[in-house]
Unconditional design. Structure first.
Length: 159
C-alpha cells in the first residue's frame, strides 16, 4: 500500500539515505536528492528510488529540483524531509566568516528556498500534505549558531 510521495534531501549517506530506504520499504514513493552523479546512480540503481540532483547553494539547482519533483508527482508532493546540510569540525575561532556564510546559505537559506517552492503544491494536495513538512538540520555548526539553525517556522494553513 502506497503512503504518498516524499522528497528526501541529502539522501546520499547517513540519516537521509536511511530515511529514503525506510520510507520506500514502507510504501512511500521516494524522490531522493544528492549532489554527485555516482550517488544519484546508486540511489536509482541500487536503492530503487527516483533520484534528483540538488545543490542547495545554487538557486538554479533548487528551482530545477523543485520543478522535477513536482513534474514527477503530477504536482502532488505529500511530504518533504529536509536533511541535506553540512557541518564544520573545529574550534569557532578557526571558522572564517566566509565559511560560516556558506554554511548558513546551504543549511538555512537553500533549505528554506526549496521548502518555499514546494509548499504551494503541498498545500494544494490537501491538509495531510502541508502538515507533513519535516525539517532536520545537522546540530554541529558551532555553539554560536545552533539556535539559528533550529529556527522553526509554522506553515500557513489552507488558503
Amino acid at each position: 500500500m502506497q503512503s504518498g510521495s516524499i522528497l528526501v534531501t541529502g539522501a546520499s549517506s547517513g540519516i537521509g539515505h536511511a530515511a529514503a530506504r525506510m520510507l520506500k520499504a514502507r510504501g512511500w514513493r521516494v524522490l531522493a536528492t544528492a549532489r554527485r552523479a555516482e550517488d544519484l546512480a546508486r540511489l536509482r540503481d541500487v536503492e530503487g528510488v527516483e533520484a534528483l540532483p540538488l545543490e542547495l547553494s545554487d538557486e538554479a539547482s533548487i528551482a530545477a529540483c523543485a520543478s522535477a519533483a513536482l513534474e514527477a508527482t503530477g504536482g502532488r508532493l505529500d511530504a518533504l524531509f529536509n536533511n541535506a546540510a553540512f557541518g564544520q569540525v573545529g574550534a569557532v575561532e578557526d571558522l572564517s566568516a566566509a565559511m560560516l556564510r556558506r554554511q548558513i546559505e546551504v543549511n538555512l537559506i537553500g533549505t528554506h528556498e526549496l521548502t518555499r517552492q514546494l509548499m504551494p503544491a503541498m498545500r494544494a494536495a490537501g491538509a495531510r500534505a502541508h502538515r507533513a513538512v519535516l525539517v532536520r538540520t545537522r546540530p554541529r555548526l558551532c555553539a554560536l549558531s545552533r539556535r539559528l539553525l533550529r529556527l522553526q517556522v509554522r506553515a500557513r494553513g489552507p488558503e
